[in-house]
Design a protein around this ligand. Structure first.
Ligand SMILES: *Cc1c(COP(=O)(O)O)cnc(C)c1O
Length: 397
């Protein structure tokens, strides 16, 4: 059994705060403070350049990748860390298109996170004129998968509503007509059970500062299915992905397997924080996390709907059909969220009108979500959101 009281004690959540934004930035794992301090002092400080070998910095992207891999059903040596998620999307898409050279369409949906679509637009723009990005509604994806499509590129959990795609079924449909798949797991990893092997996904990518609590700007990951690992061509062919980086050849030759998806020098300090954050998952059952997440969200929805009739549920009501987050719509959503944050309940806002709450059983319990609903009720009943300073939008929402 997962001991959620124990996992909660692993995180620093400031006194008086109900933190429901772990889907955007997970809280600080207490162990990360000491681990990073030790790395700075003992490794960087004392070992200097020798740390690449003596402290294992060079192999860290794959070692940490294997730890992330365990949470997403990826075998050892199929996941590597580095760069940002946007970069990993680009890499995965470039390699996937290369594996399907006769076809010119990339299929995605309007529920995808814009950066994924922007990166696709950027890449297709440099490939010439014949490639197209087809963006359909999430419900239309299945029927849009056909022989014209080279790559199906989707995010499993919709960042706005939490709506969940059926990764296995869509991948199967894609493979039946020769389509390569890329799954973005940004809102899946650490949020729900993922089994890339069972789903037979070709590529997967994700970030680690959301449900994995790796810290702001924590490095992203990329997964390449074993069947493509030796053929996938890296478009961002940096020296750390070379077969022999320290031979300093003038010509690129890809490293064997997943190592080729490395690009440049890895962010060792950030990876050290992430490595410490991943300790929180030791002894945790993702099935139990999922069960508790659904219970907590069901409770939160019931409480909010009973207390705040003006808020409209934007997420699927069926727990099996959503990720570990829930959103409500209201025309004054932005101001409502500012009023909530001012009262210590931290969620976020996604344009045009959704207030969004991440529900993370590792450090959130029933009392927290009930308290959040009570605060929300107070704000709605007494129009506490109706203040000019709450209506002014900040750069990051
Ligand atoms: C959070 C998120 C991103 C962010 O990408 P970064 O490069 O890390 O800023 C991209 N795609 C999806 C689906 C996300 O949820």
């Amino acid at each position: 059994m997962t001991d959620f009281a124990k996992t909660r004690a692993l995180f620093h959540v400031p006194e008086g705060i109900v933190y429901m934004d772990g889907n955007s930035l997970g809280p600080l794992p207490i162990a990360a403070k000491e681990r990073v301090a030790k790395m700075l002092t003992d490794e960087w400080g004392e070992q200097l350049i020798r740390g690449w070998n003596s402290a294992g910095w060079y192999v860290q992207p794959r070692r940490v990748g294997d730890r992330v891999g365990k949470l997403i059903g990826a075998p050892e040596n199929t996941v590597v860390m580095g760069d940002t998620l946007s970069i990993k999307v680009y890499q995965a898409l470039a390699s996937a298109l290369d594996l399907n050279p006769k076809r010119k369409a990339v299929l995605s949906d309007s529920g995808n996170f814009p950066s994924d679509l922007y990166m696709a637009q950027g890449l297709l723009g440099s490939l010439g004129k014949d490639h197209v990005l087809k963006v359909v509604e999430p419900e239309e994806v299945e029927q849009a998968i056909d022989e014209s499509v080279a790559v199906l590129m989707l995010t499993e959990v919709d960042y706005r509503t939490g709506r969940l795609h059926d990764m296995k079924a869509l991948t199967q449909k894609a493979h039946a007509v020769g389509v390569i798949t890329i799954w973005d797991l940004a809102h899946s990893v650490g949020a729900l059970p993922v089994d890339l092997t069972a789903a037979q996904a070709d590529f997967a990518v994700g970030c680690t500062y959301k449900y994995l609590n790796g810290g702001p700007g924590a490095p992203a990951f990329i997964y390449v299915a074993p069947k493509h690992a030796e053929t996938a061509r890296p478009a961002l062919s940096g020296w750390m992905g070379h077969a022999a980086p320290f031979a300093f050849d003038l010509d690129y030759a890809p490293a064997p397997g997943i190592e080729r998806m490395r690009c440049g020098t890895p962010p060792v300090i950030a990876l050290t924080a992430l490595d410490a954050a991943l300790d929180a998952w030791e002894g945790v059952s993702m099935q139990e996390v999922r069960k508790k997440s659904i219970e907590l969200i069901d409770l939160f929805i019931a409480e909010v709907e009973a207390r705040c009739p003006d808020l409209v549920l934007a997420s699927p009501r069926d727990g099996q059909k959503r990720g570990s987050q829930v959103s409500f719509r209201h025309a004054k959503g932005y101001a409502i969220m500012q009023a909530l944050i001012a009262r210590g309940v931290i969620g976020d806002f996604r344009a045009p009108d959704a207030i969004r709450f991440g529900v993370t059983p590792l450090y959130l319990a029933r009392d927290d979500v009930v308290q959040a609903a009570e605060t929300l009720e107070d704000i709605m009943t007494n129009r506490l959101w109706d203040r000019p300073d709450y209506l002014r939008k900040a750069a990051v929402t």
